[in-house]
Structures are given as structure tokens and as C-alpha cells.
Design a protein around this ligand. Structure first.
Ligand SMILES: C[S@@+](CC[C@H](N)C(=O)[O-])C[C@H]1O[C@@H](n2cnc3c(N)ncnc32)[C@H](O)[C@@H]1O
Length: 216
């Protein structure tokens, strides 16, 4: 199984972008961010889709790799937060509430993150639910990163809606994949298993809860 450091020729992430990623709010530990960046460097150029942006932490890792490879990143989120980000839940951040709507609002933070990381010309921001965007999305993908809603229904929807657009040789990355229930929720694990055993993917890397698969 490939791990970070296996490929000594990987170019390191630009230090300005690495500092921005570190400073950005989010749910991606540093080692998984570095692994995301390194894995993305092995994806073909073309269109990469990130499902689940939040404030853009993982977007910077993907965007930095895309700038190196010559790919374009589309990052998709409705920016109102998942269930666990709402008031009263474990992962709620009151500083991200928009007083106008009373709801979580991560779009302004994302825009500042992309500005600071100098990635405005690499990353296109799509604001909408995955259910909305799946209705019109037709672009072939060379990389798909799944880190959106972690309910079973939506996680399965997002895989079904977007993985079919991955070209042969394209990378599928899934975050928050926990084999043991005591470590985390089931839906990303179930999506990972579905991809591996029902879909035509090979697992090519794992770092923490980040799984990397390649479409045959
Ligand atoms: C785990 S966070 C993403 C974290 C991000 N990748 C990072 O590294 O910081 C999940 C995101 O999915 C978004 N989300 C939840 N359900 C969604 C849906 N149905 N459509 C679009 N985005 C959704 C939330 O707004 C939230 O920002």
C-alpha cells in the first residue's frame, strides 16, 4: 500500500499555500492534507471535483496539486454546513454563523482562503447542494474527492451521482473512512466498500481516514 514518502520525487507543496491550508478551519489533519496533495499529483490533468468544501482547507491541498499538474478544481458545497455543524452539535462554530440568515455560512471564509492561497484561477466555486448539481453535471472527471454530507443517504447519492463521471485512470479519494465503528460514522466506509467491491476501482493508498482508489 502506498504511503506518503514512497515517491521521493513528489514536489513539496508551495510554502505559502501550505501555511494557508494550516491556518484554515476544517476537518483535515495535516498528514491527511499532505497525503491528499501528494495523491492528487498522480491524477491526470483535466477537471477535478471536490464534494464538501467548508472553509477550503482541503481545497488548498487539491488546488496546489492542480496548479502543479495543470488541472482545474471545481469545489462544491451549499456552504450552510452539515448536520453536525448546526447549533447544539459537536462541530458547530458560532463564529461562522451569518446573522442575516442565522445559519452557518462558510462561503466568505472560502473566498478569503482561495485569495490568500493565490488559487482563484485554479479553483471554481460552485454553491449548491450535491442533489441540485448532480441534475446538470456532465463533465468527465479525472479526480473526485468525496468529503461532503456524511449521512448514508447523501454519501451514497454523492458517490452514485459523480463517480460515474470518473474516466479510467482517474482518482477517487474518500475522506473519513473508518473501518471500526468506534472510530467514526459508517457512511464513508460503506461508500468505500461499495467502490471497491461493486465498482471497478483498485485501492492505491491510505493515510489515516483518507482512502485513495484508482478507476481501472
Ligand atoms: C466535512 S465538511 C468538508 C470539509 C472540507 N473538505 C475540509 O477539508 O475542511 C462537509 C461539507 O459538506 C457540506 N454539505 C453537507 N451536505 C451537503 C449537500 N447536500 N450538498 C452540498 N454540500 C453539502 C457542508 O456544508 C460542509 O461544508
Amino acid at each position: 500500500m502506498a504511503r506518503r514518502g514512497d515517491t521521493p520525487s513528489m514536489p513539496p507543496m508551495n510554502p505559502v499555500r501550505a501555511a494557508v491550508a494550516d491556518a484554515t478551519k476544517g476537518f483535515l489533519p495535516a498528514g491527511e492534507g499532505a497525503a491528499l496533495h501528494d495523491a492528487a499529483l498522480s491524477a491526470p490533468a483535466g477537471t477535478w471535483l471536490e464534494v464538501g468544501t467548508y472553509c477550503g482547507k482541503s481545497t488548498v491541498h487539491l488546488g496546489a496539486a492542480a496548479a502543479t499538474v495543470g488541472a482545474q478544481v471545481v469545489t462544491l458545497d451549499h456552504h450552510r454546513g452539515s448536520e453536525e455543524n448546526q447549533p447544539g452539535w459537536e462541530w458547530h462554530d458560532p463564529s461562522l454563523v451569518d446573522p442575516h440568515t442565522g445559519r452557518l455560512e462558510t462561503l466568505p471564509s472560502l473566498r478569503r482562503t482561495l485569495w490568500d492561497a493565490q488559487l482563484d484561477d485554479v479553483v471554481s466555486v460552485v454553491v449548491g447542494s450535491t442533489q441540485q448539481v448532480a441534475r446538470w453535471w456532465t463533465t468527465p472527471l479525472t479526480l473526485l474527492f468525496l468529503d461532503g454530507n456524511h449521512t448514508e443517504e447523501v454519501a451514497q447519492h454523492d458517490f452514485a451521482a459523480f463517480a460515474g463521471h470518473l474516466v479510467p485512470g482517474g482518482l477517487l479519494l474518500i475522506h473519513d473512512v473508518f473501518e471500526h465503528p468506534e472510530d467514526g460514522g459508517r457512511p464513508p466506509w460503506n461508500v468505500f466498500r461499495r467502490a471497491l467491491y461493486v465498482g471497478d476501482y483498485d485501492e492505491v493508498g491510505v493515510t489515516g481516514s483518507l482512502r485513495v482508489l484508482r478507476r481501472r
